[in-house]
Design a protein around this ligand. Structure first.
Ligand SMILES: NC(=O)c1ccc[n+]([C@@H]2O[C@H](COP(=O)([O-])OP(=O)(O)OC[C@H]3O[C@@H](n4cnc5c(N)ncnc54)[C@H](OP(=O)(O)O)[C@@H]3O)[C@@H](O)[C@H]2O)c1
Length: 285
C-alpha cells in the first residue's frame, strides 16, 4: 500500500515509517530531516494539499502534533490549526485517514475499573487534549480511524526529550529520579503502536479504537520497570504524588482495550514493550 506519514521525523512517525517500509511504499512528510522524510513541508502551509495530490497515497497517518502541553497552552492558535484545521483538511481528501489521538481526552476523575472505553464521554482538561479531541471529529465524520493511545519510546532519528531518554540521561548522571504514584495509564511502545497501525490499515478498520497495554500501571511503576532494564539496582528514586503544575493533567487515563481485541488487535505487554525500547536505546547510546 502507498502510505503517507505526517510528522515522519517525530518519535512515533520515525518508528512507524521504519516499520511500514518493510512491506509498504512509505512517503514521509516533515519539517526536519529523517531517513523516511521524502518531502519537507510545514503542515500548516497551503502547499500541503497539492503535495498530497501529487503523492496520491491510499492511506494517510497523521502522527504530527504539538506534544508540548505548555506550547499548546501558550500558542492556542497553533494548536487549533495543527490539531483541528489540518484534520478537517485531511478528512476531505481521498486518502483513508488514521489520526493518532490521546488518552488525555479524559479528565481522570472517576475512571471505570476497566479504563475508559471508546464510548465514554471525554472531558479534556487542557488545550492539548481539547484540540486533539476536536481533531477527531472530522476524521470520524469522514469514515476515518481515530486511535486513542499513550506512547513511550524515543526518536530513532535524533536525540530528543522523551520520558525514556530523560530517565536514561538522569541515570547516566547518577541524579535522583521521581516517580508519580497517582498517575495511572496503560501506554504502548512506539513499536507496538506501529504494529497496531499496520493491522488497522490492513484490516480496513474504521472509527474510534483504543490502543493500550494490558496492565494498568502508575508512572512510578513505569519508571521502576524502565530502571530495571536500564540500570538494575539503582536506588535513588522517590515515589510521590504528582505536584500541581501550570497545566492541569488528568491523573488516570487508562483506556479500555476490549473493543480493540474484538477487532483482532494483539494484546500488548508492558514488560515486552519496555524491554524492546530499553534494548534499542542502550544500543544507540
Ligand atoms: N508522546 C506521547 O506521550 C503521546 C501520547 C499520546 C498521544 N500522542 C500522539 O502521538 C502522535 C505522535 O506523537 P510523538 O510523541 O511522536 O510526537 P513528536 O515526537 O513531538 O512528533 C510530532 C511531530 O509533529 C511535527 N509537527 C508539529 N507541527 C508541525 C508542522 N506545523 N508542520 C510539520 N510538522 C509538524 C513535529 O515536527 P518538528 O520536529 O519539526 O517540530 C514532530 O516531529 C501525536 O499525534 C500525539 O498527539 C503522543
Amino acid at each position: 500500500m502507498k502510505v503517507v506519514v505526517l510528522g515522519a521525523a517525530g518519535m512515533l512517525g520515525s518508528a512507524l515509517c521504519k516499520h511500514m517500509a518493510q512491506r509498504h511504499d512509505v512517503i514521509g512528510i516533515a519539517r526536519q530531516n529523517g531517513p523516511y522524510v521524502s518531502h519537507h513541508c510545514d503542515l500548516l502551509d497551503p502547499d500541503l494539499n497539492p503535495l498530497l495530490d501529487k503523492i496520491g497515497a491510499d492511506v494517510c497517518v497523521n502522527a504530527a502534533a504539538l506534544t508540548n502541553l505548555q506550547t499548546c497552552h501558550r500558542q492556542v492558535d497553533k494548536a487549533y490549526k495543527l490539531h483541528i484545521s489540518l484534520s478537517a483538511l485531511l478528512a476531505q481528501r481521498n486518502e483513508r485517514q488514521i489520526y493518532i489521538s490521546t488518552d488525555s481526552v479524559f479528565d481522570g476523575f472517576s475512571p471505570p475499573s476497566n479504563g475508559y472505553s471508546e464510548t465514554c464521554a471525554p472531558s479534556p482538561l487542557n488545550v492539548y487534549a481539547l484540540t486533539k479531541l476536536m481533531g477527531e471529529a472530522p476524521v470520524l465524520n469522514n469514515d476515518g480511524v481515530v486511535l486513542r493511545t499513550n506512547i513511550y519510546g524515543f526518536n530513532l532519528t535524533r536525540p530528543g526529550n522523551s520520558l525514556f531518554e530523560w530517565i536514561a540521561d538522569t541515570l547516566a548522571k547518577g541524579k535522583p529520579l521521581i516517580g508519580y504514584q497517582d498517575m495511572i495509564f496503560n501506554p504502548v511502545s512506539i513499536f507496538q503502536l506501529s504494529d497496531a497501525i499496520e493491522i488497522v490499515m490492513m484490516k480496513d478498520l474504521r472509527g474510534r479504537i483504543n490502543i493500550g497495554c494490558e496492565e494498568q500501571l502508575s508512572k512510578a511503576d513505569f519508571l521502576l520497570k524502565t530502571i530495571a532494564h536500564l540500570r538494575p539496582g539503582y536506588v535513588d528514586v522517590s515515589i510521590v504524588d504528582a505536584p500541581e503544575g501550570e497545566i492541569i493533567r488528568p491523573k488516570s487515563t487508562v483506556l479500555d482495550t476490549r473493543y480493540a481485541k474484538t477487532l483482532g488487535l494483539p494484546t500488548m505487554d508492558i514488560d515486552e514493550g519496555i524491554a524492546q525500547v530499553a534494548t534499542l536505546l542502550k544500543g544507540v547510546s
